[in-house]
Design a binder for this molecule. Structure first.
Ligand code: LLP
Length: 385
């Protein structure tokens, strides 16, 4: 069974569970993103929500990416990690006043505004500071992302963005506002998108919207396609860097860019997922009547994706090379949804074996909880272990 390369000997002394980050892979991924986006002059703002670990954030900031934030806490984390405020974009349907003020005080690049109601508040908070906030309207483009229902965002029934039918009335409202300046449009249709036709449909929709706006005499300097590029959870060892080349090329092929227009992206998962693993120990191998359970010391408190989205994560026994057997791999949390995988092929497992749950770099550590009074786990990095 092909497995990832891990310093298993060094792991033996560490308290499990913990997150392990392959910093070399992260850097290789960042180089690829920069090169591929750079071919077209595209701007990349890393979506902090995917992983806000300070070490990961500062590495990404060193590569010159901007940051996409969805809360005041994320804006602060991005600033602390060294992202320049001039490269921070801020989205979210429910921005609190203190969060908007934090963005205004730091003169962030752009607020991605999601409703007319938010626009009013932003305009008055900016007025109180005698500032003009740069904004992009987050459009709900009604483009199906063909992904899990819980991570689809660009359809009419989702809470995100301004519906196309309401765009003109929002533009009218904007005309009377002195403390906000429209500089762009934005969309994010969903996450873990592997079907490129969804992105193509988004570009086609953007071309239509930009044509319509131009007919009204409005040319926007910035177009932001959000994030969403999926990764290969089944083959983290072969396909550890997503096909950024195909992704940016597909957008570039269809997009009608106007002179002086800048194109932006907000990838999260595709940048950090494959460099992270959750490392856990086998507590017990329990022989059931019809199946065997491999019971780990990590549960959905450390990696919630399988329980929450029925997500697949590859599971490897990095301590054993014995013949493969089938196990239901489960955690210790007192809920039946605390299952990482059913009928998983694992090299024969014993108490104390180390188990790697792969592709956990995105939406792993950042979604950890202390349910059952568990401690939040530590993180270790390949270059400092
Ligand atoms: N921009 C906006 C406005 C977003 O809402 C998101 C993700 C992104 C960018 C980054 O998307 P990415 O490139 O990572 O797909 N917890 C879920 C994923 C939730 C994504 C929410 N928004 C999961 O574990 O699958």
């Amino acid at each position: 069974m092909l497995k990832g390369t891990f310093p298993t000997d060094k792991f033996k002394a560490l308290t499990t569970p913990f997150y392990y980050y392959n910093i070399e892979l992260l850097k290789e991924t960042l180089n690829t993103v920069k090169t591929e986006a750079g071919k077209y002059g595209y701007h990349v703002h890393y979506a902090v929500k995917a992983n806000a670990n300070p070490r990961i954030l500062s590495t990404i900031a060193e590569y010159g990416l901007g940051a996409d934030c969805v809360s005041g806490g994320e804006i602060q984390a991005a600033l602390d990690a060294g992202f320049p405020a001039g490269k921070i974009v801020y989205a979210g349907v429910g921005k609190a006043d203190w969060e908007i003020n934090l963005g205004l005080d730091n003169n962030i690049f752009c607020f991605n505004v999601e409703s007319a109601a938010e626009l009013e508040v932003l305009n008055s908070l900016a007025a109180a500071k005698d500032k003009v906030a740069s904004i992009a309207l987050r459009i709900n483009p009604e483009v199906d992302a063909h992904t899990h229902a819980k991570i689809t965002t660009g359809m009419k029934e989702n809470k995100f963005g301004i519906n196309l039918s309401q765009l003109n009335s929002v533009l009218d409202t904007l005309k009377g506002m002195k403390n906000v300046k429209l500089i762009g449009i934005h969309s994010h249709i969903g996450s873990q998108i592997t079907d490129m036709s969804s992105f193509r449909n988004l570009v086609i929709r953007f071309n239509e919207i930009l044509d319509e706006l131009e007919a009204q005499g409005i040319t926007l300097e910035n177009i932001n396609f959000g994030g969403g590029l999926g990764i290969d959870y089944y083959h983290p060892n072969h396909l550890s860097i997503p096909a950024f080349d195909n992704y940016f090329a597909a957008i570039n092929k269809l997009l009608k860019v106007r002179p002086r227009q800048q194109v932006h992206f907000e990838p999260g998962r595709s940048v950090v997922a494959q460099c992270g693993s959750l490392i856990s120990r086998v507590l017990y191998v329990k022989e059931g009547e019809t199946k065997k359970f491999c019971i780990l010391d990590a549960g959905f408190t450390e990696l919630i994706r399988p329980a929450m989205y029925d997500a697949y994560h590859r599971i490897e026994n990095i301590s054993s090379d014995e013949a493969v057997e089938l196990y239901d791999v489960v955690g210790p949390i007192c809920e039946s949804s605390d299952v990482f995988g059913k009928e998983v092929e694992l090299n024969k497992a014993h108490r104390g074996d180390l188990i790697a749950l792969r592709s956990a770099g995105a939406y792993g550590e950042v979604m950890a909880s202390q349910y059952n009074c568990r401690k939040l786990p530590k993180a270790y990095y390949s270059d400092t272990l």
